[in-house]
Ligand binder design. Structure first.
Ligand code: ZN
Ligand code: ZN
Length: 336
């Protein structure tokens, strides 16, 4: 097997094509797996990405030299073939297949195997070397089916209505927020969103994804408008002045970290819902097997645990240091 992709101080690099994948320092040409801020940074000479990623990048990074790709589409640079495949993580998220001289690598970015109802579902891609995250790479992370978590959110919302409280759920404004808006029961009441979520919703509609109706929280609405409503806001809104208009309210956080009792206790929220846009332990293992890769490189999360586990399964596996951050509780997409 060749060294098609190198790990450098600027990020993952394909020297034969002079292209980086999700670099963390400015470079001339960058392939971007998805629009989260640890994977798509400012200052690239050209951004090569899936067409649905571009509306979000424009909001985050302004106008740039964006080059548009679709899933399955192939581009060849200096004889190296690149393809984008769905990663199931957020809108437009892609795994990058890189092929040269019969050797195939896949850089998966962030991914999940559960279908969220909005993002194009993850597709396993055969390769020799698979580059994977391991944000939730411990056996303790074992997600319930999405429908069960959504039912829990609906039930919590209903209970709050019975108590005369507004429901405020904190979720990443890119990906998680839209997943909640798309899947909760709109018959229960109105849904309002924070400005940063509204901003991302607009990017989703520009990318051709029609979300169910929701309105932006604004001065025009009185307290009564929010009484039975569900408010979707980024975690950074927690404890802010912005929250006062919803009083009395109950708060919840939707995150993979809510699987840990300690994380739930430390947070100030009333409820935790275990909902992640990353693969759990079982999904990581399923994904690795499905690629048929004999070599696996682990980039972020519980890297040493997961790579050691893979070695015990007979694979060649190792971890590398990168600047990808996994699923942080804090908002990372957009500040408004
Ligand atoms: Zn991500
Ligand atoms: Zn990541």
């Amino acid at each position: 097997m060749s060294n098609l992709i190198h790990f450098t101080d600027k990020g993952m690099y394909v020297p034969l094509a002079d292209v980086y994948i999700d670099p963390w320092k400015p470079v001339a040409r960058a392939i971007i797996t998805h629009a989260h801020s640890d994977h798509a940074r400012w200052g690239m000479g050209a951004y090569l990405c899936h067409h649905q990623t571009i509306p979000v990048l424009k909001k985050r990074l302004g106008d740039n030299n964006y080059q548009v790709f679709r899933y399955g589409e192939e581009i060849t640079i200096n004889g190296v073939k690149f393809n984008f495949y769905p990663a199931g993580h957020v809108l437009g998220s892609a795994q990058i297949r890189v092929e040269y001289g019969g050797d195939v690598w896949v850089a998966s970015g962030d991914y999940k195997l559960q279908h969220d109802g909005i993002s194009a579902p993850f597709e396993a891609v055969k390769c020799n070397t698979f580059i994977t995250e391991s944000t939730f790479g411990l056996p303790v992370y074992n997600w319930k089916p999405q429908a069960e978590v959504i039912n829990e959110i609906n039930a919590w919302w209903k209970l709050n209505q019975e108590k005369g409280k507004c429901s405020v759920i904190f979720a990443y404004s890119l990906g998680k927020a839209q997943r909640i808006i798309h899947n909760v029961d709109h018959a229960l009441g109105d849904i309002f969103v924070h400005g940063s979520v509204e901003n991302m919703n607009t990017a989703y509609s520009e990318a051709g994804i029609a979300l169910k109706p929701c309105r932006k929280v604004s001065a025009g609405f009185g307290k009564e408008a929010y009484r039975n409503a569900l408010i979707v806001a980024p975690p950074s809104a927690d404890g802010s002045e912005w929250m006062r208009k919803f009083e009395p309210y109950s708060t919840a956080l939707a995150s993979g970290w809510m699987a840990l009792r300690g994380a739930r206790r430390r947070g100030a929220v009333d409820r935790g819902f275990v909902l992640s846009d990353h693969a759990d332990w079982g999904e990581l293992n399923t994904a690795v097997k499905a690629t048929g890769a004999t070599r696996v490189i682990v980039t972020h999360g519980y890297t040493s645990v997961f790579s050691q586990w893979l070695r015990e399964q007979g694979l060649e596996a190792f971890d590398v240091e990168t600047q990808f951050s996994g699923e942080s509780i804090d908002e990372d997409a957009i500040k408004t």
